[in-house]
Design a protein around this ligand. Sequence first.
Ligand SMILES: [Zn+2]
Length: 74
Amino acid sequence: MNCAEFSRYYTDFRDGNDPDLAARMRVHVEGCRRCGTHHRALLIGVEALQYGEIEPSEGMHHSLSARFKTRPIR
Ligand SMILES: [Zn+2]
């Protein structure tokens, strides 16, 4: 797996429905500084949102809603 593939499959990895993909992603993230940094930063952000450490702004809600309406679901 390379960085482009890691980025392409990241959402599927986060969904956690494919153990084989998860294993390949973990091998890459452990050996790649760039993707490891991205992954750790995202985990920190997700945890902060989950535990109420940060509150998304009203503008973020509008932006996300607009994006979900314009982008096809894969
Ligand atoms: Zn990488």
